[in-house]
Design a protein around this ligand. Structure first.
Ligand code: ZN
Length: 156
């Protein structure tokens, strides 16, 4: 396999790598106000239809807040730095969340209203942890995707 191309047919599990540039107390909808220390966070999600639209939505600032992640990404200090992707069934979303939770600190109850996971958002303590088989979505593709949203920075 060479490089991943992003199109409407792609479906699977993705990881948003989010940098928070400063400590923040953020109201996460039904979860209430949560304290987020400055640093890197990984969010695991799945899109079983139209991955591109889902990712574009994550990168757009102006939107109705629906998911917990929308509240986090709405904060000015938060920025999506990288997106990892793997073609996989929805069940793998929770497998990855479980693996991440074993080496990183879970933000309990975040993004897991529909499953029995502890969380789908993690504060990254082990930076070299990458879920098996995930590919980084190309930056130039991301820039295309981000046309209507916040430009992405590359590298971290
Ligand atoms: Zn889950």
């Amino acid at each position: 396999m060479s490089q991943l191309s992003v199109d409407e047919q792609l479906k699977g599990v993705y990881v948003l790598i989010v940098r928070l540039r400063g400590d923040a107390d953020i109201n996460i909808g039904a979860l209430g106000s949560q304290h987020f220390p400055k640093g890197l966070y990984w969010y695991v999600g799945s899109a079983q239809t139209a991955l591109e639209k889902r990712i574009s939505r994550h990168l757009r600032r102006e939107k109705r807040k629906f998911w917990h992640i929308d509240y986090l990404l709405d904060n000015r200090a938060a920025e999506v730095e990288k997106i990892l992707f793997k073609e996989a069934a929805k069940t793998e979303e929770c497998t990855i969340a479980d693996e991440m939770g074993q080496v990183n600190r879970a933000i309990v109850g975040f993004g897991c209203s529909d499953c029995s996971c502890k969380s789908h958002l993690f504060y990254i303590e082990q930076r070299d942890f990458i879920p098996k088989g995930m590919t980084e979505i190309e930056t130039n593709k991301l820039n295309t995707l981000a046309v209507f949203g916040t430009p992405l920075t590359s590298g971290y």
